[in-house]
Design a protein around this ligand. Structure first.
Ligand code: NAI
Length: 331
């Protein structure tokens, strides 16, 4: 039998946490033959709710779930974890300045970086979900220098999946037949959902999405804004932010990272830029990646047209500004 993997979820008493922990306990994230021990962290005001989630995990009698740690102590939460999904953060409240929200999250991610560095298992893989996701991941990377930059990522898989979903709806094809969309850049409204390399499986082989949709005006405008603003549309409809799709996409992100992407398929992940595609090095930026043996690699050599270039640069520009804002909060 396999040894259990320890998975940390921060902000586990929140909305996404509530959707995510049962998926992990069911084997959705790491596979149906992989036992897990869940570590759940939240802050003292949420301690009682967190304990309620723990009670439900016990009550659900998940066969793969070999233990649950529910705590408000960051050291206990991080001890020995192999995977860390960082969902906890300080939300933007009405009337708050961007700088104030950034400053709260920078403080949280700085201290959690130190705890992970000291207490997590060697080679722990980190996924940051909480917003501003790319910049929180960057702060985490900077303050956990002994964790490889290869092991610190942020979630743009939800945006990637949203793009697949839009194409599937438009063409009335199964979403599993659509692949290789790309989300470039920031998990924000400046992200660039790019279909120029995306394909759909047909009886006559894989066909370009552009050819099948046959409506460049839609692809270059409405499709892009729909994906960029899908989060806001969910909030408007549900009066709460997207939680089940965020949780499911977080599982997709970790599963593909650990178990590998299928041959010929890439996914989008926020990763530390090495300067690929002339994206400034030193930003956490969403790229197309393939994964093998637990490591991601940025897909190289894709042609970038002028339309795309502008959009890649605009979202990089926003991330550089966010980085500067984050650093100004540190001093
Ligand atoms: P939520 O407010 O329901 O839950 C957040 C939880 O984090 C709360 O239980 C809170 O007590 C906890 N928390 C706050 N500070 C903490 C700290 N220092 N340590 C540990 N826990 C802490 O929010 P929800 O809906 O679950 O969303 C969580 C985050 O995910 C938000 O930042 C949201 O913007 C982001 N998000 C990101 C997405 C992505 O695709 N990257 C998609 C959807 C949401």
């Amino acid at each position: 039998a396999k040894e259990p993997v320890r998975v940390l979820v921060t902000g586990a008493a929140g909305q996404i946490g509530y959707a995510l922990v049962p998926m992990i306990a069911r084997g959705v994230m790491l596979g149906a033959d992989q036992p897990v021990i869940l570590h759940m962290l939240d802050i003292p005001p949420a301690a009682e709710a967190l304990n309620g989630v723990k009670m439900e995990l016990v009550d659900a009698a998940f066969p793969l779930l070999k233990g649950v740690v529910a705590t408000t102590d960051v050291v206990e939460a991080c001890a020995g974890v192999n995977i860390a999904v960082m969902v906890g953060g300080f939300p933007r409240k009405e009337g708050m300045e961007r700088k104030d929200v950034m400053s709260k999250n920078v403080a949280i991610y700085k201290s959690q970086a130190s705890a992970l560095e000291k207490y997590a298992a060697a080679n722990c893989k980190v996924l940051v979900v909480a917003n501003p996701a790319n910049t929180n991941a960057l702060i985490l990377k900077e303050f956990a220098p002994s964790i490889s930059e290869k092991n610190i990522t942020c979630l743009t898989r939800l945006d990637h999946n949203r793009a697949l979903g839009q194409i599937s709806e438009r063409l009335n094809v199964p979403v599993s037949d659509v692949k290789n969309v790309i989300i470039w850049g920031n998990h924000s409204s400046t992200q660039y959902p790019d279909v120029n390399h995306a394909t759909v499986k047909t009886l006559a082989g894989d066909k370009p999405v552009r050819e099948l949709v046959n409506d460049d005006a839609w692809l270059d405008a409405e499709f892009i804004t729909t994906v960029q603003q899908r989060g806001a549309a969910i909030i408007k409809a549900r009066k709460l932010s997207s939680a089940l799709s965020a949780a499911s996409s977080a599982c997709d992100h970790i599963r593909d990272w650990v178990l590998g992407t299928p041959e010929g398929t890439w996914v989008s992940m926020g990763v530390y830029s090495d300067g690929s595609y002339n994206v400034p090095a030193g930003l956490v930026y969403s790229f197309p990646v393939t994964c093998c043996n637990g490591e991601w690699t940025i897909v190289q050599g894709l042609a970038i047209n002028e339309f795309s270039r502008k959009k890649l640069d605009a979202t990089a520009e926003e991330l550089s500004e966010e980085k500067a804002l984050a650093y100004s909060c540190l001093s």
